[in-house]
Structure formats: C-alpha cells, structure tokens
Design a binder for this molecule. Structure first.
Ligand code: ADP
Length: 491
C-alpha cells in the first residue's frame, strides 16, 4: 500500500493525516502548541514550536509504515500568519504574527486615509485589514531590532506558514509558496499573478524577501528525512484546501465550515469578480497556472455562540446538547438571537453592532434561547450565501458542509429549510487535510479529479421541508432583528 501524508498546520494545533492510495483516511495525529498574547490584541506563535510540533506528529504518524511507501506530502496551513527569518541560519527574527493579531490596525487606517482601498481591492481582491500579512511584515521590519540591517545584506526571508515549513523541511533549499497562500498576503496581484509593486513600495517591503509562487499541485521541494527524500507535491491555505477537499471543482459550488466562526467559499471558476456586498475575492486551488477564483465570506461568531451558551450562560453542558434541545421543542415564534459579540462580518461589516435577543415574551424559556442561538449559525450562513449568489450571478444548488458544528442534525436540517437547497454532509469531515492530500496525490498521479469526486462519500443529505412563504417569514424576522443591532455602541 502507498500513502500520502497531509500536514495540517492549524491555528491551535498541528496535525498529520495518513491517506492511503485509495483515498481512505487511515490515521490522524495531533499536537497543540502555545498561543502567545504579549499585549491586548496581539497574538503570536513560536515558529520553531510550530515546526517541531509538525515534525513530531509526522514522526508519530509514520512510525508504523515504511517511509518508502510515502509517495508525497501535502501541506495546508493557517492562512496569513507571518514569519520572517534569517536566510542563512533559518532562525526566525521574530515570533510568527498570527492572522488574529490586531497590532497593525493603525497602519491599515493610514492606508485607507491614503486612499488605497480600491487599489488594494482591485489588485489583491481583499479589503485593507490587519488580518492579512502585508502590514505584519511592515511591522516586523520597522519594529524588530536588527531586521533592517539584515535586509541591507539581503539576509531576510518572509513566508506564510507553508513557506516557513517548506524552507525547513527542504534544508533551506526552497523558498516557495502557492497561489492560495500568496492571495492572502495583501501584496499579491491575483489577476496578473505578480507581487504588487505599488503596495510593496508603499509599505517599503523589498521584493527580494518574498517567496516564489507556484501552482497548488506542483513540486515544492523534497522533505529530507532519515535518508529519504519525500516530495512535497501539494500546498494550499486551509479554507481553499477545504473547498478542494469537498470537490467543489465547478462554478457555483459552495462549502461552509462550521467551526468557531463560519467560512464560506464559492468557486467562481476562471472569472475574477469583485464583490459589491462585502465578500473578498481569493484564489482557489488550481492544478495549473490557469487560475480559478473563489468568493469568500466569514461569520465571526458561529460555534463560539454555542460556547457562550455553555461557558458564559451555563445553560448547556456540551455543544452537542443543543441538537436534542432544539429538536424537542416546537418551532420558534419570532425569537432571534443575533450573536454580534464582536460586531458583524460579511455582509454587514458593522464593528459597532452588538449581540441581542429579540422577541422575548413572559413564557420564553431557556430552551428557546438555546434553539434560537443554534439557528443563528444558519441565518448568518444564509446572509452570506444570498450575497454570493447576487455577486456571482450563480445559483447555489447544494451546500457542502464540514467543521465541528456540522455534526448537529437539527442545525443542518434548519439550514436546508432556510436556504431551500440541499445540504450535503460528507462522511469524512476532515476536508482541509483531505484537500491538501488530494493536491499532492494528483501531482504524484496517485489519482485524478474524477476519482476524487468518486471518493466523496456522503454521510447524509438534508432536503428542505418548508415552503417559500414560511422561509421568507422566518428570514424576514432575522433581517429585522439584525438591523436593530446596528451601531449599538458609540463610534
Ligand atoms: P475550530 O476548528 O474553529 O476550533 P471545530 O471545527 O473544531 O472548530 O468546531 C468546534 C466548534 O463547533 C465549537 O465552537 C463548538 O461550540 C461547535 N460545535 C461542536 N459540536 C457541535 C454541535 N454538535 N452542535 C453545535 N455546535 C457544535
């Protein structure tokens, strides 16, 4: 038996997944690593700890197989997180600045005042935000002792986590990334596939520190391990890898990952389109330089609202309790929970909105609040799908789901009712790791796209059971509720 190993470097843990030549997930190893919070709003990781945890789980995973049976490796990673290191020694010059880190908000505000918003959107597909890598790179160059002098000697390299791992796994040989990761740096022009000169000049970032950008399914180098040379043949950022892992290969196909937040991506094919409704445009996994695009929208608080029920209100013992409770009581009559705990993301983008419960009456009870909170995940998902359809002109036919909360059957049925579309839950909800594995296996000719489609075993399909009138009434109530949370706190 031959194998593909997928390395899934996430925000809180590193994982390694063993996939056999038939596309079957055989084993998973996982190791958490430290989250570092030096100041309020700052989030860092130790790049060496990331590397070590990733190699540790790899070793654990492959201990029972022969290394010569590993055909190739795929890598998927937390996106945008920024590492700067010394070209010769491979030593990080600062901790990795994580995507969640807000320290560069003021640099972003200045970019907006300098009227760069529409330029950045046209070039990179993104809205100017501290979330993306560009301003993190600038911050390190300007604030970390010794970086500027090393830059003068051309001894500095930048990479997202994929690049950092590959540089180390290949013994400092390959400084590369893939299109999907490059498209999250806010320095990469996703139409002409070049690093953006104007943005680099504005931020004073030398082009020489940036990695070479490659197709997601190609040879990124060889992992040198115990005398073996294992090709790294697939790389993609986590959300794009999940879209690929769910075999969303055609225009209009959408996946939603229900985790702490929700991440929705719609494949829009070869068409580069900009959203008029608060979505971002990003590069999807493609097998050659013929780039495909995706529209992306995110919900800040999804599974986190379920955690709130458990940890802050203490009205459930575990997240999975919500399914039984929601199913056991009758349909809600105009009760809505809007979990705008941290403002609202796409499509509203109101940082000043705050959470609220609407429609309380004397007989509203705990279970109704639980049910309404669970339903808010589906309402927020519909908000994004509606604008995806509007922006792309494409109609959704089914929604493919993954992430922890997709195991909730009540939620999935409610989602299908609300969309009026099929909701498809795969047997393997490890879409991200499978996506990276598929990319590697494609390059190694272990399988082709048709086999990946055939490999999509469905656990359960949910069909809408309500009519349009009822759907519109429910959703109309939600829209009314959301609007009333806008601008709650003072600017
Ligand atoms: P992440 O990768 O963002 O950490 P996961 O995909 O592991 O998230 O999903 C965990 C999230 O999903 C948690 O926020 C949890 O509250 C929620 N969750 C997990 N299981 C269920 C369930 N059965 N019903 C509702 N929410 C759930």
């Amino acid at each position: 038996m031959k194998y593909i190993v997928s390395l899934d470097q996430g925000t809180t843990s590193s994982r390694a997944i063993l996939i056999n030549e038939n596309g079957k997930l055989i084993d998973i190893k996982q190791k958490e690593f430290k989250q570092i919070f030096p100041h309020q709003g700052w989030v860092e990781h130790d790049p060496n700890e990331i590397l070590k945890s990733q190699i540790d789980v790899f070793e654990e995973l492959v201990s029972s197989i022969s290394l010569s049976d590993i055909v190739s490796i795929g890598i998927t990673n937390q996106r945008e997180t920024t590492v700067i290191w010394d070209k010769d020694t491979g030593k990080p010059l600062y901790n990795a600045i994580v995507w969640q880190d807000k320290r560069t908000s003021s640099i972003c505000d200045q970019m907006k005042r300098d009227e760069l918003s529409s330029y950045v959107k046209e070039s990179t597909g993104l809205v100017i935000d501290s979330y993306f890598s560009a301003t993190k790179v600038k911050w390190i160059i300007d604030n970390v002792d010794g970086v500027k002098s090393k830059l003068k000697e051309d001894k500095v390299l930048f990479g997202t986590i994929d690049s950092w791992l590959i540089y180390n796994l290949t013994n400092f040989k390959n400084h590369v990334t893939d299109y999907t990761n490059a498209s999250r740096t806010m320095m990469y022009n996703i139409k002409n596939l070049q690093w953006d000169k104007k943005i680099l000049e504005y931020l004073d970032i030398p082009k020489s520190i940036l990695p070479e950008v490659m197709t997601s399914s190609s040879n990124f180098g060889e992992f040198q391990y115990k005398g073996f040379s294992i090709p790294i043949n697939g790389v993609a950022g986590d959300q794009q890898a999940a879209l690929f892992g769910q075999a969303c290969f055609e225009d209009g196909m959408v996946k939603n990952t229900y985790g702490t937040g929700c991440f929705l991506l719609m494949n829009t094919g070869k068409k580069f389109m900009l959203s008029k409704n608060g979505l971002i445009t990003t590069i999807a996994c493609s097998l050659d330089d013929n780039i495909e695009y995706a529209l992306e929208g995110s919900v800040f608080v999804a599974g986190a609202a379920i955690q709130w029920l458990r940890d802050s209100l203490g009205i459930i013992d575990s997240a999975s309790d919500t399914e039984k409770i929601a199913s056991s009581i009758k349909k809600l009559d105009d009760i809505y929970v809007v979990p705008a705990f941290a403002g609202l993301g796409s499509p509203y983008w109101d940082m000043y909105s705050r959470g609220a419960i609407f429609g309380l009456t004397r007989d509203t009870d705990r279970n109704q609040i639980i049910k309404a909170t669970l339903e808010s995940l589906a309402y927020q998902t519909k908000d994004i799908i509606d604008v995806m359809e509007k922006d792309s002109g494409l109609n959704l036919n089914s929604l493919k789901v993954d992430g922890g909360a997709c195991m909730n059957n009540y939620l999935m049925q409610f989602q299908s009712d609300l969309l009026g579309n099929e909701v498809i839950r795969p047997e393997i909800i490890e879409s991200t790791a499978m996506g990276a594995g598929y990319l590697a296996g494609l390059k190694s000719s272990i399988w082709d796209k048709d086999q990946i489609i055939k490999n999509q075993k469905i656990d359960r399909t949910f069909q809408s059971q309500i009519d349009m009138e009822e759907r519109n009434k429910m959703y109309g109530g939600w829209k009314k509720a959301v609007k009333r949370t806008f601008n709650w706190i003072e600017k």
